[in-house]
Design a protein around this ligand. Structure first.
Ligand code: SIN
Length: 532
């Protein structure tokens, strides 16, 4: 399909989670913002976030404590300066979210009622019940809808970034080709700055806590345009996702363990004391691996998260969303232990960015889960991700003020050449399923050289097939997502193969120890990584 459609804006934001929306609200004071989001505006990882947003808001807490917890969990790969900055700026942004209408839980004195999660030594998670992300999404979307300088285009999916290098110019980004999913047309949206805020890539794995939109689009597009990505091997598996044949992607928040929930085996025995001094509230990588180990050892389908020793009214009132969802499946969380398994949850790596979200390609920014800023290191501290979204959303909004539009005189319209309509949707579905299954088996919680080799062979073959399919048929959102997902899978496999040690979320049977000589980022670029 050829289209001569072109639009211009100051700032093009790809994604409508916390980072993109917060950026938009901040940047709209000095420019026109266009947000594109591929499904409905609230289809994002943010809206599914249950636990909350970590920040130093309690009297017994300190910035240094939060910094220390983040650095400890990050296992030597966090950038100290970034951690200190984010922790310091965090509390003001949480208060701003409250001003924007997020109804954070308060105690009798009117102060934030703070939850606790794994790896935190203090209570510091501001929350709205067990649906914090949804409350934040609602408040930000309402503010965005009222803002005269912000246009939100839903059901629009970015296909690829616009690159000046393709026009013989410098390596700079000037917007994106965007598919209007309802009309089937492709428009070039030209912008002074392009902000990737499209979240993570949980859908690379067959079991995930993420919504369907998490297909790594921002990371894949950035890599294709020549940006660096780093630390893609550090995929965080959440220890507790509901195990039930009819429950798709339903998280059982870590805050349940923060309020005293205990992990148990089917016979009722507690097992986490054998793995970590913080027991059920240990860091996520440790807890997820412990559960994986217990499941492999016993052959059981799940372990159990037990809240039954706690006050039943407290449990149901503190976690109404989880209680309601479990009830529909016949589980009363105050009475029945909840069957849980680990699942892919968060990508700690992503597009390499500086302290303002600027990527290694001019005028291209990345914020939130799409980015790799140095906050999370080799393992993310729970609830630091919503925090990163607001801090970097605000910082990037300030940084883009100084961007200048670099664009060709005429943008080539999108061309599909001789592409025809595909009547073979099953091929896309099968490829998608295959990637996600072998990523789970070979590049999951426990890895080995042999498993990674197997995954590499398979992803190369699949990417070749996907590429043929991509260019032979008219594109649609399924093909766009599959192409991105497969590239991100390849980046994860490649990064994992380069790390010959176990550190944080990367655990391999062939190198069980941490190696101080490998306390560095794994950086991939088209010239040194897999084909784009
Ligand atoms: C949770 O509620 O357990 C998720 C929080 C997070 O991933 O930061």
């Amino acid at each position: 399909m050829a289209s001569d459609m072109e639009r211009e804006t100051d700032y093009l934001v790809i994604g409508s989670g916390i980072a993109g929306l917060y950026f938009a609200l901040e940047a709209a004071s000095h420019g026109r913002v266009t947000i594109v989001t591929k499904k409905r505006p609230f289809d994002s990882n943010t809206a599914w976030a249950q636990g909350g947003i970590a920040a130093v808001l309690g009297d017994d807490d300190s910035l240094q404590d939060h910094v220390n917890d983040t650095l400890r969990v990050g296992e030597g790969l966090c950038k100290r300066k970034i951690v200190e900055g984010v922790v310091e700026e965090g509390p003001a942004h949480v208060r701003k979210l409250a001003q924007l209408g997020v109804d954070f839980a308060r105690n009798e004195d009117g102060n934030f009622d703070l939850g606790r999660e794994g790896g935190h030594n203090k209570r510091r998670v501001a929350h709205y019940q067990d649906a914090t992300g949804y409350a934040i999404s609602q408040a930000l979307l309402a503010a965005v809808a009222k803002h005269p300088n912000i246009t939100l285009l839903d059901h629009h999916i970015a296909v690829d970034l616009l690159s000046m290098a393709k026009y013989g110019g410098e390596e700079a980004c000037f917007g994106a080709y965007v598919l209007d999913r309802e009309q089937g047309s492709i428009v070039a949206i030209v912008a002074r700055a392009t902000i990737l805020a499209s979240g993570g890539a949980g859908k690379v794995y067959i079991y995930t806590s993420n919504p369907d939109v998490a297909t790594g689009d921002g990371m894949a597009m950035a890599y294709r345009i020549g940006a660096q990505v780093s630390n893609m091997e550090f995929v965080q598996f959440h220890p507790t996702v509901l195990y039930h044949p009819h429950a798709k992607s339903f998280l059982i928040s870590e805050t349940l363990r923060g309020e005293g929930g205990k992990l148990r085996l089917a016979d009722g025995s507690e097992f986490m004391d054998d793995y970590h001094p913080l027991s059920s509230l240990g860091p996520r990588d440790v807890v997820a691996r412990a559960i994986d180990n217990e499941l492999k050892r016993s052959g059981a389908d799940s372990v159990f998260l037990d809240m039954t020793h706690l006050d039943a009214d407290f449990v149901r009132n503190r976690f109404p969303t989880i209680a309601e969802r479990c009830k529909t499946l016949g589980i009363d969380i105050a009475v029945d232990p909840i069957p849980v398994v680990p699942a892919a949850h968060y990508q700690c790596g992503g597009v390499v960015c500086d302290a303002n979200g600027q990527s290694t390609v001019k005028n291209l920014f990345a914020i939130g889960e799409t980015s790799s800023t140095g906050l999370h290191g080799a393992c993310r501290l729970a609830s630091n991700s919503l925090l990163e979204g607001v801090v970097f959303g605000a910082r990037a909004a300030e940084a883009v003020r100084h961007t200048e539009l670099i664009r060709p005189s005429r943008v080539a319209p999108w061309r599909s050449g001789n592409a025809t309509d595909s009547n073979d949707a099953i091929v896309v579905a099968l490829n998608w399923e295959e990637v996600r299954r072998f990523m789970w088996s070979y590049v999951g919680i426990v890895r080995s050289d042999k498993r990674l080799e197997r995954a590499l062979r398979r992803i190369k073959l699949l990417r070749q097939e996907i590429s043929e399919y991509y260019w032979d048929f008219k594109i649609n959102s399924d093909i766009i997502e599959l192409r991105n997902l497969a590239l991100v899978a390849h980046l994860i496999i490649d990064s994992a193969r380069r790390r010959k040690e176990s550190r944080g979320l990367h655990y391999t049977l062939d190198y069980l120890e941490k190696d101080p000589a490998q306390a560095r980022d794994t950086v991939l670029h088209q010239s040194s990584g897999p084909p784009a």
